[in-house]
Design a protein around this ligand. Structure first.
Ligand SMILES: Nc1nc2c(ncn2[C@@H]2O[C@H](COP(=O)(O)OP(=O)(O)OP(=O)(O)O)[C@@H](O)[C@H]2O)c(=O)[nH]1
Ligand SMILES: [Mg+2]
Length: 433
């Protein structure tokens, strides 16, 4: 793992407040993942504490007794921060910081820090900064400094109360500017995307560190950034590939998912994820060598659902089979997942089988597209009803918007007739369900 900050590594104590009766193994695994996240963010975990409760205490998440216990622990062996695995309300953060006298963060805060440190492109930096400000605004306390892009929340000291008020105002102005900037970037992106209409589109999705970028590199033979760390990729890249049939297609690689991905991040990364959301087929990459791969799959499916991509046809790509010795594991995985392929992105195993499957899945799937037809062109509206299945129609002030389902073998014909109605502000949609 890699340090991302320039400051000396900080010490952290981690806390989980769980419901009564939750499997201790699950709690342990979640905390292990938090340790990994903190490691990536540049902090060492020196201890952990868990409390079972019916529900988290409204003012301090932990019960009063546990807060005192924690306070004693961190007085004896000092830490710079206490990190909760679950989302804390701004009030809980304030109360806990007052009680404990150190910075208090939650998992979302840590993930935001990592994103801030890894963001490279203008778009990713803008998106992360906006998400950070949205997260921080209600949480500004003495312990937080005004936002430093390099360091995020970890490795910083706090300003005074008047500074906080000034900061709040500054944040709001800044957020406004960031939103405008993202809108501009979005417009450029739509123009770029327009040029690629008509080709089959595949998108790699999956838990962070599953091997999406490695697979992208293997399939496209391009030099893609791969690293054994969480959230190595924060931008979407799109490349053109040749399918076994000789047809050209597009494949995209994007940011990975994780449990409890902060909603602020999901919201501000929506345009980065647009490429994924509009894909005809999703390649759900799973690290089969991770003992918790099933949980990871559930998290990815859940995230796709929030993003509205749950109905896109999916191939589950079980990766890292070079690390699997037990053939039962392959059988078990296969039994539960109807459309899956086993590969090793690193060794290049079964890649042609995967490409074949991608082509088949695309051919079996119907493709969703949206067209905007002006009222002057009612003939085209009539014809489109004959050509394809119209799923949704909206008559707006300026035009008629139709969401249609096109059989994949009809796509070339459809494009030749209707591409002109797929304007830059009419991105294809996924199936309205
Ligand atoms: N043994 C083995 N390791 C692999 C394989 N595929 C990927 N890896 C390793 O897994 C780690 C993560 O790979 P990435 O391709 O960066 O994963 P990612 O899904 O793009 O991760 P993020 O961008 O961080 O979400 C790297 O250390 C890869 O070398 C594989 O087939 N076998
Ligand atoms: Mg990646």
């Amino acid at each position: 793992m890699h340090d991302v900050g320039l400051l000396p590594r900080e010490r952290a104590y981690i806390v989980a407040v769980t419901k009564k009766g939750v499997d201790p193994d699950v709690v342990k695994e979640h905390l292990d993942e938090l340790v990994l996240l903190l490691d990536t963010a540049g902090a060492n975990v020196v201890g952990r504490l868990t409390q079972e409760r019916d529900r988290p205490d409204l003012s301090t998440a932990l019960g009063k007794g546990k807060v005192q216990e924690l306070k004693e622990i961190i007085t004896e062996s000092p830490v710079e921060m206490v990190v909760f695995d679950d989302e804390l309300s701004p009030a809980q953060v304030r109360n806990l910081e007052e009680e404990l006298g150190v910075k208090v963060l939650d998992r979302s805060g840590v993930i935001l820090d990592i994103f801030a440190a890894h963001a490279r492109s203008v778009e990713a930096r803008t998106q992360v900064e906006l998400a950070q400000l949205e997260y921080l605004l209600p949480r500004l306390t003495r312990m937080w400094t005004h936002l430093s892009k390099q360091f995020g929340g970890i490795g910083t000291k706090g300003p005074g109360e008047t500074q906080i008020e000034t900061d709040r105002r500054m944040y709001r102005t800044r957020m406004q500017r960031l939103r405008e900037k993202l809108r501009e970037i979005d417009t450029q992106r739509l123009v770029q995307r327009k040029g690629r209409e008509g080709l089959p589109r595949y998108a790699l999705v999956g838990y962070t560190n599953a091997g999406k970028s490695s697979l992208m590199r293997q399939i496209t033979q391009a030099d893609v950034f791969v690293q054994d760390r969480l959230f190595a990729t924060l931008d979407t890249t799109v490349r053109s590939i040749e399918m076994p049939s000789g047809q050209r297609a597009l494949i995209s690689d994007t940011v990975g998912f994780i449990r409890k991905l902060p909603p602020q991040l999901v919201a501000s990364f929506r345009s980065t994820l647009a490429e994924t959301l509009e894909a005809d087929v999703l390649l759900h990459v799973v690290d089969l060598s991770n003992p918790h791969y099933r949980d990871h799959m559930a998290v990815v499916d859940e995230t796709l659902k929030t993003l509205g991509a749950a109905d896109t046809p999916q191939i589950v790509v079980f990766n890292k089979i070079d690390l699997i010795d037990d053939p039962h594991m392959i059988n078990d995985a296969e039994a539960d997942v109807p459309n899956c392929v086993f590969v090793s992105a690193e060794r290049g195993l079964n890649i042609s089988r995967l490409l074949q499957r991608m082509q088949e899945t695309f051919e079996e799937s119907a493709i969703m597209r949206t067209v905007h037809i002006p009222y002057e062109d009612m003939k085209a509206v009539a014809r489109i009803y004959e050509d394809v299945e119209v799923l949704h129609r909206e008559d707006t002030d300026t035009d008629i918007r139709l969401s249609v389902r096109v059989a994949s073998d009809k796509l070339p014909l459809f494009m030749s007739r209707y591409q002109k109605f797929m304007t830059a502000d009419a991105p294809p949609t996924s199936s309205p369900s």
